[in-house]
Design a binder for this molecule. Structure first.
Ligand SMILES: NC(=O)C1=CN([C@@H]2O[C@H](COP(=O)(O)OP(=O)(O)OC[C@H]3O[C@@H](n4cnc5c(N)ncnc54)[C@H](OP(=O)(O)O)[C@@H]3O)[C@@H](O)[C@H]2O)C=CC1
Ligand SMILES: CC(=O)N[C@@H](CCC(=O)OP(=O)(O)O)C(=O)O
Length: 352
């Protein structure tokens, strides 16, 4: 234990966008002491050299990844690494008594064959992986609280699943009619240099990518199937949009009962998310903007019914780096530690 009952926590992969967002949120968390930041190419550098605006605020130096030392110092460890690394690290940390929150895809799948089909690799950690819980608190709050290993959801799945869950759980839509049209800011691609994320490429441009084959599709389908109680397929199309932060997912599906109107759906969504402090169901006729979610841990949801086509349209807006990543992981840590689910997380962001 650190001082004054604070829990010592570390981040492996602190230099990336997810890592620095975790640093910023954990710095202000009242029950956490940030004691370790780890990395590969950034190891040895003061963290404030990587992010100079944090000078005098974060005085930690990025350290090499030595699991023995990390486990001796940390009670909980966030892994904010590219896919395929967490499963080489998490088993040892867990064996040494750490709680592990992985932000990559490594522990999101109940079926590891699905994982290897989409992500490759050779999983030797099947027993450990079977103990992981999908870190979407709005759906798996109790299981997260009991777990030592959390596979935090991807950013697109978070926005998509929060939009779809009430419909699937209550059998309100015709199976397999869900279409997810989602748009992400460029920070979703991380801080590594990628050509499509250059300003000259992304600015003034909007386009789809990985159409019909994005790796978040099986992740979304896994949770949809769990909610519906039968296999569900979805049509998911991601787009890169010229902004830095935020995701807007617009979800279309055919209603089983064409008599349902917008007000019915608002009532259903409001009831479903009662007790979920980070989901804001908007009033009838109000649709979310990504700007509202920017810098906070909220997911804003607006619903509409088109009586002409018999379809429901649900719009869901999050900050990909907070509710879609670091904030959600901290929400899970809060549950694992038995703290308030809202502790240390921002209610307000940048919007006036
Ligand atoms: N960006 C987003 O909106 C979201 C991202 N995610 C997931 O979160 C994870 C982190 O994403 P993000 O922060 O965007 O990624 P970045 O590319 O910004 O950062 C990657 C981090 O991983 C570290 N790293 C890379 N290779 C290695 C290695 N071989 N060994 C050890 N450390 C390594 C880097 O450290 P160093 O600089 O020291 O080399 C860096 O800190 C990914 O799995 C991503 O898919 C999930 C939801 C949303
Ligand atoms: C804009 C952009 O490039 N977004 C990323 C999604 C980031 C993410 O959530 O990825 P993980 O599932 O690996 O955690 C992408 O489409 O690959």
């Amino acid at each position: 234990m650190g001082d004054l009952g604070r829990v010592p926590v570390g981040i492996i992969g602190a230099s990336g966008y997810g890592g620095v967002q975790l640093v910023r949120l954990l710095m202000d968390h009242p029950r956490v002491e940030l004691v370790y930041l780890g990395g590969e190419s950034s190891a040895g550098k003061p963290f404030s050299d990587l992010y100079p605006h944090l000078v005098n605020l974060v005085d930690l130096i990025v350290e090499p990844i030595d699991l023995e030392k990390i486990a001796a110092r940390c009670q909980a460890v966030f892994l904010s690494l590219p896919n395929g690394l967490a499963y080489q690290i998490a088993p040892e940390l867990l064996a040494k008594g750490c709680k592990v929150l992985d932000l990559s895809a490594d522990y999101r799948f109940t079926d590891l064959d699905t994982y290897t089909t989409w992500y490759g690799g050779d999983r030797h950690d099947r027993e450990v992986a079977s103990t992981a819980v999908y870190g979407l608190p709005e759906l798996y709050r109790d299981r997260i609280a009991q777990s030592q290993l959390i596979g935090c959801p991807g950013c697109y799945p978070t926005a998509s699943l929060l939009a779809l869950s009430p419909l699937l759980k209550q059998g309100l839509i015709v199976p397999d009619t869900a279409i997810i049209d989602a748009k992400s800011g460029t920070s979703g691609g991380g801080r590594q240099g990628k050509i499509n994320l250059l300003l000259a490429e992304a600015d003034n441009s909007l386009g789809a990518y990985n159409v019909g084959r994005h790796r978040h599709t099986p992740e979304i389908e896994q949770i949809c199937s769990d909610l519906a109680g039968h296999e569900v397929t979805v049509q998911f199309t991601p787009h890169l949009i010229p902004m830095v932060r935020g995701i807007l997912a617009t979800v279309y599906a055919t209603l089983r009962d064409p008599g349902l109107v917008r007000e019915d759906l608002v009532t259903i969504y409001t009831a479903f998310y009662r007790g979920a402090p980070w989901v804001k169901v908007l009033s009838s006729g109000v649709y979310p903007q990504t700007k509202w979610a920017c810098g906070n841990n909220n997911c804003y949801i607006g619903v509409e019914v088109d009586a002409r086509t018999g379809r429901i349209i649900v719009m869901s807006a999050i900050d990909n780096l907070i509710k879609g990543q670091s904030g959600q992981a901290i929400q899970c840590l809060n549950l694992m530690m038995g703290w308030e689910e809202t502790l240390g997380l921002p209610q307000l962001g940048f919007y006036p």
